[in-house]
Design a protein around this ligand. Structure first.
Ligand SMILES: Cc1cc2nc3c(=O)[nH]c(=O)nc-3n(C[C@H](O)[C@H](O)[C@H](O)COP(=O)(O)O)c2cc1C
Length: 166
């Protein structure tokens, strides 16, 4: 048996203990189950706050390194102004264009307004592609009102996105 793949989530909510964090954790578990991998300790940017902007900060540097080493990424943000949060962007600005080098990544937005559903594909996906990620499927936009029962949604989404036809 080879080494198990790691599924790492990055949570771009400035508030700790967010629903975005819980959503990312549920999706990461579903993906890990699907690929027989393990869920890594999430990078929750709320724990770092303004230090995200400090390029001398060792903890942030090591979090950015973990991001580059993960096998699968779940990149989650609340929908802010019809895009992702500035906090998430500030963190991702630490890594170079193309640096994700084909790592499968899943963009996830939690939002309150259904007319922002396309924000994940229109605004979030291009950011991950610029960083060199490969997207196994379209991103996920989850309405606050869809959070109940998200576990089942996540499982079926993970089957579609990461399932193999064997
Ligand atoms: C500054 C700010 C801007 C927001 N802008 C949007 C928006 O443009 N579209 C939307 O659907 N929801 C928007 N929301 C609502 C959040 O995306 C929504 O409440 C989300 O579920 C919050 O996730 P959380 O519970 O993890 O904080 C905004 C919330 C805040 C605080």
């Amino acid at each position: 048996m080879g080494i198990q793949k790691t599924v790492l989530s990055v949570v771009g909510n400035p508030r700790p203990g967010s629903r975005t964090h819980a959503l990312a954790a549920t999706l990461s578990r579903a993906i890990a189950e699907q690929i027989g991998g393990v869920v890594a300790e999430p990078i929750d940017l709320a724990a770092h706050g303004p230090r995200v902007l400090d390029y001398e900060d060792h903890q942030l540097a090591s979090e950015a390194k973990r991001l580059l080493q993960a096998d699968v990424l779940v990149v989650a943000s609340p929908t802010y102004k019809a895009t992702y949060s500035g906090l998430l962007k500030a963190f991702l600005d630490r890594i170079g264009g193309g640096a994700l080098d084909g790592t499968p990544a899943v963009p996830v937005l939690l939002g309150g307004a259904s007319d922002h559903r396309l924000a994940v594909d229109v605004h979030f996906t291009p950011l991950l592609l610029e960083l060199g990620a490969s997207l196994p499927a379209r991103g996920l936009f989850v309405l606050e009102s869809e959070l109940d029962g998200f576990e089942a949604t996540a499982r079926s989404w993970a089957r579609t996105a990461f399932g193999t036809a064997t």
